[in-house]
Write a protein that binds this ligand. Structure first.
Ligand SMILES: CC(C)(COP(=O)(O)OP(=O)(O)OC[C@H]1O[C@@H](n2cnc3c(N)ncnc32)[C@H](O)[C@@H]1O)[C@@H](O)C(=O)NCCC(=O)NCCS
Ligand SMILES: Nc1ncnc2c1ncn2[C@@H]1O[C@H](COP(=O)(O)OP(=O)(O)OP(=O)(O)O)[C@@H](O)[C@H]1O
Length: 204
């Protein structure tokens, strides 16, 4: 199984590339999705996070955690952002390792990829993959795309302050997709990549 890490900062275009990879037969594993699973009602991590950031974050009827408010509290200072990561990252890393070493090798797919927002936190796991692909785009454009998707400028700034820079991502990358134009331009880069690796084309 050919294993890929797909990395990029907030609103760079990872999920957009992911959809194209999936359409071409790639098996996806998304670390943001793992963090959503970790914070489901009744999970150990949810309980620990509520202990640390306030039990009022839990809905008294459903035990659902208020993610938006948690995000506000967590990204308010560097210390609180680090605290949230300390609670979630060990689980996230373990799920990623498990996927790459146990699930991916026996999966029925052309290739597999892990969508990673914070590449520096899993740097030691890069040895488990064949290729690192990163998606980059100018910061202003990303801020605009994030805003169109419902994040405020402040939320964008607070999150990217804790994310690796594009320089770091480019230094780690085997392949860089530059998402500074339209979707067709991004698609053309993905097409070239698929073609070179698997002699594969995206369906029109
Ligand atoms: C704080 C939480 C609850 C906010 O949830 P919400 O649904 O509002 O946002 P979502 O998860 O969709 O993320 C929005 C954007 O923030 C980015 N982001 C998430 N966590 C972090 C972080 N610790 N540092 C920087 N950026 C982050 C995401 O990659 C994405 O670009 C959630 O992001 C979370 O649990 N984060 C901590 C887990 C983590 O570090 N995940 C990254 C996986 S490597
Ligand atoms: N080339 C493009 N042209 C126009 N819109 C785009 C382009 N690429 C991505 N977008 C839009 O920008 C937003 C962010 O893209 P996407 O969700 O793929 O980024 P992401 O890196 O997965 O973000 P996050 O990790 O923050 O969830 C989405 O609404 C997406 O539809």
């Amino acid at each position: 199984m050919y294993k890929v890490i797909l990395a990029g900062g907030m609103a760079s275009g990872k999920s957009t590339v992911s959809k194209m990879f999936e359409a071409a037969g790639g098996l996806r594993f998304d670390l943001d999705e793992v963090s959503r699973k970790l914070l489901r009602p009744g999970c150990e991590c949810t309980y620990r996070v509520a202990e640390a950031f306030g039990k009022d974050l839990l809905d008294p009827d459903t035990n659902e955690i208020n993610r938006r408010e948690l995000g506000r509290r967590a990204f308010a200072t560097s210390e609180s952002a680090e605290l949230l990561e300390d609670l979630e990252m060990p689980f996230i890393r373990e799920y990623m390792r498990q996927f790459l070493t146990k699930e991916a090798p026996v999966a029925d797919a052309r290739f597999c990829f892990v969508e990673v927002p914070l590449l520096d936190r899993v740097e030691d796991l890069l040895e488990l993959v064949d290729e690192v692909v990163v998606v980059v785009a100018p910061l202003e454009l990303r801020a605009k795309r994030a805003e169109q998707r419902g994040s405020s400028r402040q939320e964008f700034e607070q999150r990217i302050a804790h994310q690796p820079t594009d320089k770091y991502l480019r230094d780690q990358a085997d392949t860089v997709f530059v998402n500074s134009g339209g979707l067709d331009e991004l698609k053309a880069q993905v097409e070239l990549w698929l073609n070179a690796r698997f002699n594969q084309h995206l369906e029109q």
